[in-house]
Every structure is written in C-alpha cells, then in structure tokens.
Design a binder for this molecule. Structure first.
Ligand code: UT7
Length: 307
C-alpha cells in the first residue's frame, strides 16, 4: 500500500487574543491599515510550540479514533522549536506517550506541506500511521516594537494523522526551494524575525502560482475542477492575487488569517479545520493545498478529500 489517507485533524490556539486595536495602542499603526494591507483583524499569542503542538495532536488523534500507541512516526514542522537542542517533536511524542521516532522539520511556512511529503515517503517504505504537526510560537521571536512584523504574526498549531491506504488522497505534489533568497526573511540566533515584505510579496505570488500549476498538471486537474484552495495564510492580497492568476474564484480560497494572522507552518492545518467546521469540504472534492515561505521554500499538493 503506497497511498496516503488523512485519518484525522486537530488544531490548538492560545486563548489570548490580540486585536489590531490593541496593537495600535503601542505601535504607530491602525486597524484600518492592518486590515486593508493584510486582511488580519486579530491574532492569538501565547503557549509554546510543544504545548500547542501536543494539544493539536491530541485532538487529531481523537478525530481519527486512533490511540497514541498506533503512531509509528512523528514529524513536527516548526520554525520556532522550544529550544535549539533537543528537537521539540520528541517532547510532544513523550507527552503523548509515543516512543516512535520523532523529528523536527523546518521549511518555514511551507513546513506542514513538506512534513506531509516526508510522511508520504515514510508510509511508502512501510510505516503505517504518522502524526504530522505544524506548530509555531512566533510571538517569542517577534519584536513587538516593530510595526512591520508585529502586526503580521500569530501563534497556533494544527495536526493531521496520515496513514497508509490503497487509494491515495494526495494525487500529486510539487515542492521546491531557492536558498539564494535567504536574506528576504530571516531570524538570526537570539534575534527577532525580519523580512523584506514587498519583495516576499512579489515572489510569493509567483512561486505559489507556478508550484500550484505544476501540481495541478501532474494530477491532471484543471482550475475549474477544484472545489477549494487551502493556501498558506500570509496576506489576503497574496491569496487573492494567486487565485486570480490561477483562474480560481477567490471565494474558493479558505481564509483564516483574519483571526489568526500568519502562523507559518500551522496556517494550512488551521485553514483545513475551518473549512471542515464550515462544511466546505465534501467527499470526493478536489482541493489544492499551496504554500510558500522563508528560504524561500514552496509546496503544493492536489488532494481528493475524503469524509
Ligand atoms: O509567510 C511568509 C512571509 N510573509 C509574507 O508573505 C508577507 C509578504 N508581504 C506583505 O504581506 C506586505 O508586503 C506587507 C503587509 C508586509 C506590507 O504591505 P505593503 O503594501 O507592501 O506596504 P509597504 O511595505 O509598501 O508599506 C507602505 C507604507 C510604508 O510607509 P511609506 O514608506 O509609504 O511612508 C510603511 O512604512 O506603510 C508603512 N507601514 C505601516 N503603516 C502602518 C508598514 N507597516 C505599517 C503598519 N502600520 N503596521
């Protein structure tokens, strides 16, 4: 069996909500500027990558009906592990009572899709059931006096259980990187997150569109056949521009960044959860997952949704 099935999903976000209004009391910014330029209204702040990741994982396990002992590999996509050493995945695994291999993976905002791709490979080599988590504690690495970054980022986590199956829900994927663009979005050891927002914006639309087109072509799926797009949540203007260029109506794109901001590798599973809650995913639907991030990295998959 070399196919992949998504057997369960779960999310976790901190309770603390920081609104644009609240940020505008300490920064030279306004709710109007933030919402018009990004689509963000508020974000969640708090917790840690292991805490949020473990909570999301517990919910994904509940959703799947499996127990922790059924998991034979754990992959945590994160840019914000709790510490440099050790990785945070074994900590999450231990808190769940899992002693299977557990690794962190950093592909920035493409991290969740990269982790799914690695899980797909592991399932093809004999693993049975893999916990994939995207968890971020970006607020820890945010300069709260820098209005260009502080308004964008949020904390959160999402998780999925992937298992081997005869039919594959993942029809095709496209992943890539261009490390010559390292300077566009960085966080040095002990520093805070910095980016060249304008340049990232320009390139993000292009890499998302090109990657999505390659994945759709490999899956032999046209834009018209897609029921939904689950994009990385960085800026609603990036999402809309990418949809326009792909010929996909923007109302087919799931948007959760109004509530969560940019949560990097957590953003795609947070969007999946929202789409499920709102009944926007039906059995057999064709769904495009697509993201980009620091590196730069990019990743797209065409998925046949199964209820
Ligand atoms: O997850 C992947 C990584 N991140 C991204 O994908 C983000 C990509 N980039 C973006 O989303 C957008 O470029 C931003 C939201 C970061 C910025 O939007 P923009 O439309 O590109 O604005 P800008 O950088 O051109 O700034 C316009 C003006 C500037 O003032 P001047 O030079 O025109 O006087 C900025 O100083 O807005 C100013 N500005 C702000 N004003 C109020 C920048 N940040 C703020 C702020 N509040 N928070």
């Amino acid at each position: 069996m070399t196919g992949v099935r998504f057997a369960g999903w779960g999310i976790a976000v901190p309770d603390r909500i920081v609104t644009n209004e609240e940020l505008s009391q300490s920064l030279d910014t306004t709710d109007e500027w933030i919402f018009e330029r990004t689509g963000i209204r508020e974000r969640r702040v708090g917790g840690s990558s292991t805490l949020l990741g473990r909570q999301a994982a517990e919910r994904a396990l509940d959703d799947s009906g499996y127990r922790a002992s059924d998991i034979d590999f754990v992959i945590l996509a994160t840019t914000t592990p709790d510490r440099l050493i050790p990785a945070s995945a074994p900590v999450i695994a231990a808190e769940l009572g899992i002693t299977a291999p557990a690794i962190d993976l950093n592909a920035a905002c493409s991290g969740f899709m990269y982790a799914v791709r690695v899980a797909q490979g592991l399932l093809a080599t004999g693993h049975q059931r893999i916990l994939v988590v995207g968890a971020e504690h970006l607020s820890r690495w945010t300069d709260w006096n820098d209005r260009t970054m502080a308004v964008l980022l949020g904390d959160g986590a999402g998780a999925a259980i992937l298992e081997a199956s005869e039919e594959s829900q993942i029809l095709a994927s496209d992943l890539g990187s261009d490390g010559s663009l390292v300077h566009l979005l960085t966080c040095e050891h002990g520093g805070t997150i910095w980016m060249d927002g304008k340049e990232i914006f320009r390139r993000a639309v292009r890499v998302m569109v090109e990657s999505a087109e390659r994945a759709m072509q490999a899956a032999d799926v046209t834009a018209e056949q897609l029921s939904l797009v689950i994009p990385h949540q960085a800026n609603v203007r990036i999402i809309n521009a990418a949809c326009d260029r792909l010929g996909i109506p923007t109302d087919k794109a799931v948007v959760v960044l109004d509530r969560y901001g940019n949560t990097s590798s957590a953003s795609i599973p947070l969007a999946v959860h929202d789409a499920r809650e709102k009944g926007r995913l039906a059995d057999g639907d064709l769904v495009l997952f697509t993201g980009f991030g620091a590196g730069m990295t990019w990743a797209s998959s065409v998925v046949r949704w199964r209820a």
